[in-house]
Ligand binder design. Structure first.
Ligand code: NAD
Length: 353
């Protein structure tokens, strides 16, 4: 078949390797930054303060109030600190929650952002920002929120708890799996997706066996970068719509929800996108949905929505919401089939069983 595609890859400087965090000052100067506000969650405050201490005058201060889903109230407080400390750029040290805060500040100020990514969620290489106000989450896509530089230092992920490593890694894989059948898919994004899933598939069992395994940590972060790049390059489909619905309307946790749902959504689309998914399916024994479910179970991942706090009585409303304004999907999004998928995911049943 002849090729016919449009491909936009996001520009960003990537610095990858053990010890790369020592290059923060150089990276900041490369961006023209003179005074960086260092961002973190409360949990990573001590790491943010230690980083600030190594930066001397390049650090304007630390704001450690980042929270899941980028609440606008938190952003407003951080904006005050940004102004009061005379900061001209931000360094986000952490996962998607901290990166979201950095993006929210950049969206409002157009300041430069350096991210030191410490989970596998992938937000650091996307121009996407989700924000919450009065319980409502809205998402925007804009060049201004794309971080200019990213440092990936596997050493900083050695302490990421095994459970979070597994669900965050499956979250990353979900970006790649949806990327290969995206409406605007292209050969480069599909190559990145396959390599990203391959790297994570090798890394996650190694991390479960030994959370401080340097090869496993390096492969996982490499895979996360590739999968995040796919998320930032092409559109997402049913899986991301369902996860946004479950997270946004039922307050389910982000990475765990992706982790439970991906075998089911991949199985839903398996026949409709068989050719696009064939190289990925081959990595999982030829059956993408069941193979992913077996893989996740073997890693000790949560397998059922009921274990994440969703009530069975909520499944009807979740199905209604998911079919309302659906994202483009290779297989038509039908309410009955989606309701059945959600029941399987709620019970933790293997797809197709
Ligand atoms: P997170 O950033 O909420 O981190 C969870 C917890 O783990 C936090 O307390 C954090 O401080 C801690 N943590 C992070 N790295 C650690 C490490 N190496 N060691 C020990 N603890 C560590 O979790 P997440 O899954 O990375 O991000 C989820 C959020 O990101 C959601 O709000 C989601 O919507 C958003 N997200 C956005 C995009 C995008 O492109 N806009 C992409 C993916 C996720």
């Amino acid at each position: 078949m002849s090729l016919n595609f449009t491909c936009s890859l996001n520009p960003a400087r990537i610095v990858f390797g053990c010890g790369a965090v020592a290059r923060v000052a150089d990276a900041l100067r490369g961006l023209g930054g003179r005074r960086a506000l260092i961002l973190s969650t409360p949990f990573q405050k001590a790491d943010a303060e230690a980083l600030a201490a190594t930066l001397g005058d390049l650090a304007a201060g630390v704001f450690s109030g980042a929270a899941m889903h980028t609440p606008v109230e938190v952003t407003e407080t951080a904006m005050t600190v940004f102004a009061e400390t005379g900061a001209d750029c931000v360094v986000a040290l952490g996962g998607g929650s901290t990166i979201g805060l950095g993006k929210a500040i950049a969206w409002r100020t157009d300041c430069a952002q350096l991210v030191i990514a410490t989970t596998y969620a992938g937000s650091e290489v996307t121009p996407i920002l989700g924000q919450t106000e009065n319980g409502l989450k809205t998402t925007l896509r804009d060049r201004r929120v794309l971080p200019e530089a990213v440092i990936y230092d596997p050493d900083l992920t050695l302490g990421l708890p095994v459970g979070m490593s597994v669900t965050s890694g499956l979250n990353a894989m979900a970006h790649a799996i949806e990327g290969v059948y995206a409406q605007d898919r292209n050969p480069v994004a599909s190559l990145l997706a396959l390599e990203g899933v391959r790297a994570l598939k090798a890394a996650l069992p190694a991390i479960v066996a030994d959370p401080r395994d340097p090869q496993g940590r390096s492969d996982a972060l490499y895979g996360a970068w590739l999968c995040g790049t796919v998320l930032g390059s092409v559109g997402m489909a049913l899986h991301h719509k369902l996860c946004h619905t479950l997270g946004g309307s039922f307050d389910l946790p982000h990475a765990e929800t992706h982790s439970v749902m991906i075998p089911h959504t991949a199985a839903y689309n398996a026949a409709a996108a068989a050719a696009a998914m064939a190289p990925l399916a081959a990595l999982f024994g030829g059956e993408i949905g069941g193979g992913l479910w077996d893989f996740a179970k073997g890693l000790g991942a949560p397998m059922a929505l009921r274990d994440l706090g969703l009530a069975e009585a909520d499944l009807d409303r979740a199905a209604d919401l998911a079919v309302k304004n659906p994202y483009w999907n290779p297989r038509p999004v039908e309410r009955g089939a989606i309701r059945a998928l959600l029941q399987d995911a709620w019970e933790g049943r293997r797809p197709g069983s």
